[in-house]
Design a binder for this molecule. Sequence first.
Ligand code: GH3
Ligand code: MG
Ligand code: MG
Length: 351
Amino acid sequence: MSEDIDAAVRSPEAYDLARTALEDMERRGIWPTPLNYELWLHFVAHPSSLLAQEIERILSQGSTITDDVGEELAAAFLPKAKLNEQIRDAGVQLNRELASVALAIKQAQASNEQYGETLATVGRDLESDVAPLTLKELVATLSAATRQVQQETRSLEIRLDESASEVTRLREHLEQVRRDATTDALTKLANRKAFDDELVRTCTEASESGEPLALAFIDIDHFKRFNDNWGHQTGDQVLRYVASVIARMTPAPRFAARFGGEEFAMLFPCERAADVISTLEEIRIEVSSRTLKRRSTNEDLGAITVSAGVAEYVPGEDMHALVERADEALYASKHAGRNRTTNAREIASAA
Ligand code: GH3
Ligand code: MG
Ligand code: MG
């Protein structure tokens, strides 16, 4: 989607596209904020894209694109487009670099061949009777050709050195782009997409190996109230803190992610749900026993509590069933008064 946009905004039709977007926004009463304008460029350029369908759906319900809705749309549809663009750019640069090295090598091969031919000619000439003057000329030809080839070899070496550093730089850049695509920017934990992939991978592995697999959810209690009391920024500080405790308790092969909002998900390969409870309790107790301070004013924020739920994979079952059971266990913790951990099995046996 963004590839076409990028090409479109750098073409003579760009002004038409911009005008159409702005006119459409004005007609629909959408404020021309930079974010809305970016959304609308996509909207008018690709009326059948998922983003456009979503905008159409919202508008057809009689709702409008508020700042919040615009941000949600951008978060859901735009970073992916940007990311694809970054990956494509890095790929193009890498290809360009490789093509240029291939050319340098080809040139060096050609001049080596030419050198070989010069040597052969000189050899043939030497076999016949040569006058001293001609001999001098042959030696001069030979050393000129040798110098030339040495020079070219040296520049090829330099070119290859440069290219090796450029390829390393591009590889690191691609790696960074890949990391960004799977990391939650606020907490630095894995993001939802990375979790979804890991869930598929670990469920498949557990199905094949017959080893257990536990899935846990942790959700911050009354976080809306906390945000209302202390502000979103302090809320973010708490999210980072809880994420750091979770990350510390889930070294590989365990896997922790920000599932969404103030909810975290953890996968425990080769571990039983019952054995994971102690880790979840450690996290819960550590979070609740720490008195948090507001960074800007040093005010006492009181204690934060979290609720947890854990379930175990049943080999062969649909992984959504596992997610549902872990979620039910979390809900049971909330229902029972929060600040506790529930094993899905307890609900099953109570029912
Ligand atoms: P419960 O104990 O039932 O989980 O109550 P809750 O208030 O934690 O749950 P609710 O789902 O009602 O509210 C979640 C809140 O989390 C609302 C939203 O403002 C906040 N939140 C979600 N993502 C973020 C974020 O990235 N930063 C901040 N500061 N708050 C967030
Ligand atoms: Mg909550
Ligand atoms: Mg929640």
